[in-house]
Design a binder for this molecule. Structure first.
Ligand code: SF4
Length: 354
């Protein structure tokens, strides 16, 4: 059948993230997840250090800012999450559920570069029971309204799942919540450990996808498109509601062909049974002045276009605004991609364009 003919070949042997250095807060070892990760780090023969706080890792090795940054991205810090007030996470969910912070990938445009400031290392929180109890309280407060939790606001948790196992616990917890739903987005493909879980369709897994040009130029360190889409097929066949986030949408030479090709490839790979529940979220590229400065320091050769003169300034709620595409360009992108989505997936829904 044409619709299921693979256009892209997955490389199923892609390696998972193994950090170069691991730090533990001493009390993290009192939790089952912390003890398990400690044993794993020993088995991997990783250098292990202790730290008084996951918020204060100061003496990371490396010559100069760039090398320090690269090493920080390959440093894992295992700690206890103390702040159990969840941030809001509009428009995709009511709350951000904090299971990890930081990411080992190097997407040039990633907003974590500015939001994490001087702390780009990867943190996993071992007190998952406290986090789930807090989520249960939020659900209780809002019921009978459904409460949605986004697990990928400050990290890409699928890329860490082979170390933490947190998503598996959250997915099964949320499967038992009548009024709770989980969602997360990823650029990684290691989903095999999630396929057999009792998710009860309460978790929506979304894959971040893009035109070939964007993936090749700006997303080093992530799983390839072929592997992401193969993983999307697996989770859909395991009965999870599936979604795609096309972000950041970037205006580039040949963008129409690039995004049309993306939708053709998705159509060829998504199992037909996933189509009725399929969702899309569309996010145009934006940057702040601070982000531009950080990106140009960390990725000096980046081809990411960040010319304020070509953008529209959008005021932010807390002072610093963002540069987005001017309305006409944004509308052209939105209309074209919307048409392509509905041409391939007439039953899908588009949650938002922002
Ligand atoms: S995979 Fe996601 S979280 Fe990680 S660097 Fe890329 S955009 Fe940021």
């Amino acid at each position: 059948m044409e619709a299921t003919k693979a256009l892209v070949k997955p490389n199923t042997h892609q390696k998972v993230f193994i950090p170069e250095l691991v730090y533990f807060e001493p009390n993290a070892l009192e939790y089952p997840m912390g003890a398990r990760i400690y044993k794993w780090a020993q088995q991997q023969a990783l250098p292990i250090h202790m730290t008084t706080s996951h918020n204060r890792i100061t003496n990371l090795p490396g010559e100069g800012e760039l090398e320090k940054y690269r090493i920080a991205k390959r440093t894992l810090v295992v700690g206890v999450r103390k702040t159990l007030e969840f941030d809001t996470s509009k428009p995709s969910a009511e709350y951000a559920i904090p299971i990890a912070t930081g990411c080992m990938a190097h997407c040039h445009y990633c907003y974590l570069q500015t939001t994490l400031g001087a702390k780009p290392y990867v943190r996993i929180y071992v007190n998952i029971d406290d986090i789930m109890n807090r989520a249960a309280a939020y659900i209780e407060d809002r019921k009978p309204e459904i409460t949605r939790f986004e697990a990928a606001c400050t990290s890409d948790p699928v890329g860490l799942e082979h170390i933490s196992g947190s998503l598996a616990q959250l997915i099964e917890f949320m499967g038992r919540q009548r009024y709770g739903r989980l969602r997360f987005v990823t650029k990684f493909n290691n989903v095999d450990s999630l396929l057999g879980l009792n998710h009860n369709k309460h978790t929506r897994i979304r894959f971040s996808v893009n035109a070939d040009y964007v993936i090749k130029q700006f997303e080093p360190g992530t799983s390839s498109f072929a592997n992401r889409i193969a993983a999307a097929g697996k989770v859909a066949r395991a009965g999870y509601p599936l979604g795609f986030i096309i972000a950041p949408i970037i205006w580039h030479d040949g963008w129409e062909d690039g995004y049309a090709e993306l939708l053709r490839k998705l159509k060829a790979e998504v199992p037909p049974e996933a189509e009725p529940e399929l969702t899309f979220e569309l996010i145009q590229h934006r940057f702040t002045k601070t982000a531009k400065r950080v990106i140009q320091t960390r990725y000096p050769k980046t081809k990411l276009e960040m010319d304020e003169a070509k953008r529209k300034y959008k005021w932010g709620r807390w002072g610093q605004g963002k540069y987005v595409y001017p309305d006409e360009q944004a509308n052209t992108l939105r209309e074209f991609i919307t048409e392509q989505i509905f041409a391939s997936f007439p039953k899908a829904s588009i949650d938002y364009f922002t």
